[in-house]
Ligand binder design. Structure first.
Ligand SMILES: [Zn+2]
Length: 518
């Protein structure tokens, strides 16, 4: 007898196959059969008219601290996501010691969503989240920024022995189960690292057969060079490569989506196993200080504060920021009206407003500096992409889906609550840009393959029973930048390793997620 039978749904296998009306039987944590007349089950759910798919795998999550929050957080389950890949953009929550936490200061606090950032090695981090029990499965990468902060603080130049220490720490993280190595090359201290440093670390990933994922050094004027660097690192270290949140930023570069994809395809033909991920929005979200040139953050956020408070230093940073010939932060590539402040620890009244609104008739750069003096780790949503490029990139088979979410507290980019339903509602149903089988593949097997999550990302006998049941006619997300934390529509049931954790759209309250070790 099966434990559970999902009866009468249209099954999408996650491999891109067409929808097929079939029952899905589950025994223990596995799918035991797919087909007709599968025999009795202890429990049946009628899913006639609904889609049954592998649980979605979020390629690009920043939910590292979320499992440690006091209350279970079902914001990803409500999107049909059963596994998140965390540790992205170079920021993993381990290994960290007290000195690294002190040096990085508000940068981690912004990502932490109120969870204390404490010293841990990578194995300790995985043990801690496993002990608390995440609401969905978590697979964690180790981040270059974190490794560098640990070994070298916020210094630009590497101290003697620092790279060797970073490689040792990465090796320990892979031994503990890290599923990949990530970089975030616009964020200090990772941005101070050169190509050779990243090749050395990626070679450690190669020894463990883990991929290298990168928030590249540039996503606007120097996108091509940044792609070349990522491909060089993957070629030299012989690792799989994942280009994070593929985009073309900055008005002057709009229309560059095809060129980005051409580079990925050329690299693939040359033997690099490269893919990318994307969130379905024109706006990104990150630290407000990413508007400033990298020179602003040398030495850490206290050093940045001191520079912003000094009129001569502020003038020097302004000149760098306004120089469009240099890859110096986003400032010269957006207008103050494009910048929407989402988080601020000491002046909550600035959140929910654009920099243009906050400045009024005052100088917008000075306003930015004043806001950052109050909270160097403040967050923003910043509109910088063209819809044509979003669609061009999404239509390519090498591109999967990743939300790039923040912690599900306060004002965040709506991708945190609605990324996956938005793809299925807006880009599949409303625009017809993708077929449903192809969109499901981009959210499941395409990601599982890249991160080595065997047994997941497809529906067939023997696969892990991580499943989502949704209504293709109603799935979607109505969240906006002003009111983002809205529950998606159309996600009916979610099964996590055989347990029904969302039933008729309601979270059961259980923490059934597992830590998936590489
Ligand atoms: Zn990123």
């Amino acid at each position: 007898m099966h434990d559970l039978l999902l009866r009468g749904g249209t099954v999408y296998d996650g491999l891109g196959g067409p929808g097929v009306v079939a029952d899905v039987a589950i025994t223990g944590d596995r799918v035991s059969a797919v087909g007709a007349d599968l025999g009795p089950a202890r429990r049946e759910i009628d899913v006639t008219g609904l889609a049954v798919a592998p649980g979605f795998i979020d390629a690009h999550s920043h939910s590292d601290p979320v499992p440690l929050m006091p209350q279970p957080q079902p914001f990803k389950l409500h999107q049909g996501v059963t596994t998140e890949i965390v540790g992205n953009c170079g920021f993993s929550f381990a290994p960290l010691d007290a000195a690294a936490i002190e040096a990085t200061g508000p940068l981690f606090a912004e990502l932490a969503g109120g969870v204390p950032v404490v010293p841990r090695d990578f194995a300790g981090y995985l043990d801690d989240i496993a002990a608390t029990g995440p609401t969905n499965h978590i697979a964690a990468m180790v981040g270059h920024n974190t490794l560098r902060a640990y070994a070298n603080g916020m210094d630009e130049r590497l101290r003697p022995g620092a790279l060797e220490q970073m490689c040792r720490l990465a090796d320990e993280a892979f031994a503990a189960g890290a599923v990949g190595l990530s970089s975030g090359l616009i964020y200090p201290p990772g941005s101070y690292g050169d190509t050779a440093e990243l090749i050395a670390l990626a070679r450690v990933a190669h020894r463990w057969n883990r991929p290298y994922t990168t928030h590249m050094r540039n996503e606007d004027d120097r996108l091509g060079e940044a792609l070349d660097e990522a491909i060089t690192i993957a070629t030299q270290a012989r690792v799989r490569l994942q280009i994070s949140h593929c985009k073309v930023a900055g008005k002057a570069n709009h229309g560059g989506g095809k060129a980005l994809l051409a580079k990925l395809h050329a690299a693939r033909l040359a033997g690099v196993d490269v893919r990318g991920d994307q969130y379905p929005y024109r706006a990104g979200g990150t630290f407000l200080n990413a508007l400033l040139p990298g020179a602003a953050l040398v030495g850490g956020t206290e050093a940045m504060r001191a520079r912003l408070a000094d009129p001569a230093e502020r003038a020097r940073l302004r000149a760098l920021a306004e120089d469009v010939t240099q890859p110096n932060g986003f400032w010269a590539r957006v207008t103050p009206a494009d910048v929407f402040v989402t988080t601020h620890t000491t002046r909550p009244e600035v959140t929910g407003r654009t920099l243009a609104e906050l400045a009024g008739t005052a100088d917008a750069f000075d306003t930015l500096c004043e806001v950052l003096l109050g909270d160097p780790g403040a967050g923003m949503v910043v509109t910088m992409m063209a819809e044509d490029d979003v669609e061009t990139i999404m239509a390519d088979p090498l591109i999967g889906i990743g939300s790039d979410n923040g912690p599900p507290v306060g004002l965040q980019h709506p991708r945190t609550w609605g990324c996956f339903p938005r793809v299925l509602g807006e880009y599949v149903r409303e625009r017809g840009l993708l077929t449903l089988p192809e969109a499901v593949r981009k959210m499941t097997s395409a990601i599982a393959d890249q991160f080595g999550l065997t047994g997941r990302g497809f529906v067939d006998a023997g696969a892990v029973a991580d499943l989502v049941v949704f209504d293709p006619a109603t799935i979607g997300h109505d969240g906006t930048y002003a009111v983002p934390d809205v529950r998606p529509t159309g996600v009916e049931h979610v099964v996590l390793a055989g347990h029904v954790v969302v039933e008729s759209g309601r979270f059961t309250g259980e923490r059934r997620g597992l830590v998936l070790r590489g």
